[in-house]
Structures are given as structure tokens and as C-alpha cells.
Design a protein around this ligand. Structure first.
Ligand code: CA
Length: 228
């Protein structure tokens, strides 16, 4: 059974989320403050984290940054602060998705399912997402890792999807809008800069394993393409 960690300081919201997620056959755990979350995650390894932004002790931004230092577990931020969303999904914080407060618990369950399905699609090689190989770079979908020879680097789900999308069609130019549709279920509020910052981070990571090659190219005012 997949395990969802809910980090939320309002018991009413946490109860409601737990009830709906359990009805959808997920195991849930609840922490009511930001303190101790990363230790818990390190030890218990949940499949997904629902993380409230405004928390006592340590806020969701700090918690997300901490968890990202050692884990690429999908993180969905719960937030009433629309103006924070670009930052949440961007380079600095590294969340995978967000849900705006107030939300319906049904919507949360749907988004959790969608994100876990994306991961599963990666984990099963017989699905429509086949393992993509390029002479230079190989993607390991089970572990969200990019490899080149003996070198490898862990990616977040969003980084992995961006790279997989570009890699599947070498030379094809993808617009930012297209890429956003690929990686975010609900991209109404996400701006172009979010994609740019993920690409920036992805390039930096790829540079660690293939320093002599630049494979993700910007196409001025249009978007990005992969070319070895
Ligand atoms: Ca809160």
C-alpha cells in the first residue's frame, strides 16, 4: 500500500485528507509541524508528501528544501499564497506540484493519484514510457536517475520528465508551454520562468556526469531541444 505523509497543522484539514486518502486505499501518516519532518522522511520513506506551506516551527519552504537534499520523493505543496507558486516549483525549493487552498479533498486525492501514476509509468518498462537511450545518456526510470557510463545523478520527478520528453525527440524544439503541460497537471499559475529554472538545474546536474557535452539547447524565444 502506498504511503502518504501529510504535514499540516490544522487538525480538521488533516483529518479530512486522511479520511479521503484512506478511502482511496492509501496509508496515511500525519505530522502537525515542520519540525522533525526530514528525519521522519529519511526513516520512513513515504511514497509522496503533502506539505502545507504555513506551518509552526519550520515552514513548508524550509522543510521542502531540507527533504530535497537527500530525497526525490514527490512533494505536493498546499498553499493559499498564489504569489509563492513559482518559487515553490522552482530551483530553490524544488516541489513537484502544488494545490491551492481552499481545496476539495477529492481534488487532492485525484492529484495524488495522478502523480503516483506518473511514477508508476516510469517504473514499468512495458508501459508507453519505454526506457529512452541515447548514445551519451541513459535514463533509469525506476530510480529517477540519469546515467552516462559509470556516472549517474539523481533527478526530481519534474527534471526527469523534462529530460525524458526532450530526449525522446532529439532535435525537436519544445516550447515552454508544451513542457509545462507535460510536467504539471494544473499549470494555470505556473510561469515560463519555472521551466527555465528546472532546465537550469537539470543542466547543472548533467554537467556533473557529462561535463564535456552540452545537450540541452535553448532556442531563442521559443523553448528547448535536446541535441548531443
Ligand atoms: Ca497551515
Amino acid at each position: 500500500m502506498e504511503r502518504i505523509l501529510i504535514v499540516e497543522d490544522e487538525p480538521k484539514i488533516a483529518d479530512l485528507l486522511q479520511k479521503y486518502l484512506q478511502n482511496a486505499n492509501y496509508q496515511t501518516d500525519w505530522l502537525n509541524s515542520g519540525m522533525g519532518v526530514s528525519d521522519w522522511v529519511r526513516k520512513e520513506k513515504p511514497n509522496l508528501i503533502l506539505l502545507d506551506l504555513m506551518l509552526p516551527g519550520k515552514d513548508g519552504l524550509e522543510v521542502c528544501k531540507e527533504v530535497r537534499q537527500f530525497s526525490n520523493t514527490p512533494i505536493i505543496m498546499l498553499t493559499a499564497r498564489v504569489e509563492e507558486i513559482d518559487r515553490l516549483l522552482g530551483l530553490e525549493i524544488g516541489a513537484d506540484d502544488y494545490i491551492c487552498k481552499p481545496f476539495s479533498p477529492r481534488e487532492v486525492v485525484a492529484r495524488v493519484k495522478a502523480m503516483l501514476r506518473r511514477l508508476q509509468a516510469f517504473a514499468h518498462p512495458d508501459s508507453k514510457h519505454e526506457t529512452t537511450t541515447a548514445p551519451l545518456l541513459e535514463l533509469d526510470r525506476d530510480r529517477l536517475v540519469a546515467k552516462s557510463g559509470q556516472q549517474e545523478i539523481a533527478l526530481t520527478l519534474v527534471e526527469f520528465e523534462l529530460l525524458a520528453t526532450l530526449l525522446q525527440h532529439p532535435g525537436r524544439i519544445f516550447g515552454r508551454e508544451q513542457l509545462m503541460t507535460k510536467v504539471y497537471t494544473d499549470n494555470r499559475i505556473v510561469s515560463d520562468r519555472t521551466i527555465d529554472s528546472h532546465i537550469k538545474k537539470l543542466r547543472k546536474k548533467l554537467d556533473e556526469i557529462i561535463p564535456e557535452h552540452e545537450v540541452i539547447h535553448s532556442v531563442y524565444s521559443v523553448g528547448y531541444k535536446f541535441e548531443a
